[in-house]
Design a protein around this ligand. Sequence first.
Ligand code: SF4
Length: 487
Amino acid sequence: MKNEVGEYCGLCGVIGAGESISALVAEGLFAQQHRGQEASGIATLDGTGEILLQKKNGLVSELMLDFPEEMRSEDILAGIGHVRYGTFGGSSVINAQPILVRMADIPVAIAHNGTISNAGVIRRSLQRKGHIFQTNTDTEIVLHLMSRELEDTDYNIEKCLQLAISKLEGAFCLLLLVPQGMYVIRDSMGFRPLSLGKIAGGGWIVASETIAFPVTDAEYVREIVPGEMLFFPINGDKSCCEPVSSISGRELQLFPESGKRHAHCIFEHVYFARPGSYVFGDRVYEVRIEMGRQLAREFPADCDMVMPVPDSGMFAAMGFARELGLPLDMGFTRNHYVGRTFIDPGHATRAAMVMRKLQPIPEAIKGKKVCVVEDSIVRGTTSKARIKALREAGALEVHMRISCPPHRHACYFGIDFPEETSLIANKYSVDEIRDILNLDSLGYMSVDGMLSCISAHPPENYCTACFTGDYPVVPPVKESNRRGRQI
Ligand code: SF4
């Protein structure tokens, strides 16, 4: 399904971890590269209270090729990093994160995962008041909102931050680096994952996904609670961070939970997060296996073999095959080197573009009734080409099972789906999709079935809006955004 829907962003922040903070942030980002390949960036805080920034379009490995020596120095006390898939704003490096500004001469760096759904309204309102924006991102509005509060709060950055984020709606996990330390914020509905880990040699790490913890020698501590704002202070003399035993996150609980429902993105479990991550209290691997089993219970298939669409359909296919006692085989081979940097010569056919990434293996599928397990169908064009390729490679029958319900609605909370009218399930019934894709049978998991695979939180605490249209908060209306409103 990749290439049809965008991943969004990944965050990593490290503080109090001794001499190798930049390296730890880079490792944490590298482990989360699947969350964004468009741009990467790291901001570091040194012993003089200065924040330095390095960011560029490209992967973390490319960022680190010419990473400045002064940002690797032993003098670095904390760092925040970001991998970007742009859900808001263009792909210019100016929109890469972290964003670094000087606010009344105080350096502030910010990195964000999610989509601030009222960003358009706020931005237009600020522009009318004379604010000049340097980027097209929704993230930059947080800095502008903070700057408006400086005078009234006597230049108290923490109060400015609290006042700024109280005006935000939608999905936002934020890391802020300031001379006093690092702030960590998660929106009150908890759309996106954000977890805290303890580094073995001392210090703390915060990351979108816990897959960043083993590579930084950190142990999972807990999720950042929805609505929580944590502050990790730097020692008074700024010579080093407090040792791990005495650093204590100062929990402000900015948005008391007050009975508000949470809205964890179920699609993190279906597709986005890495299987090794622990997301919203469940291991993604286990959830995906169970999703495959549940899919098999709802829509078994009369077939000779089960095959995944690699890589994201892999674990659901394993569960599906195990539940039905069917053999699992790799009918597709994947080219791992197809990436962002491949320059299309301009003459490639649609089939060539599809085959460039996944190629069927005739010996695995010839003369067989195959059941393809995929995590989702978005536009349907890629699936159609792949099914055609399977038939041409000799498959006797091609069945398809999807480990989530049909995607019928837009996401306003950080996932870059195409417009609703481009979603195949927005226009066609499941039977019509089966015929359009030239399948022998097609089955999608039910919403209840999908939610039954989660164990950490009750079903009502997950967002399923792109499947059901039941939005946890009122989605932004374009017309009211255009008119703007006072903030
Ligand atoms: S609309 Fe879908 S993709 Fe967006 S947050 Fe909700 S479940 Fe996740």
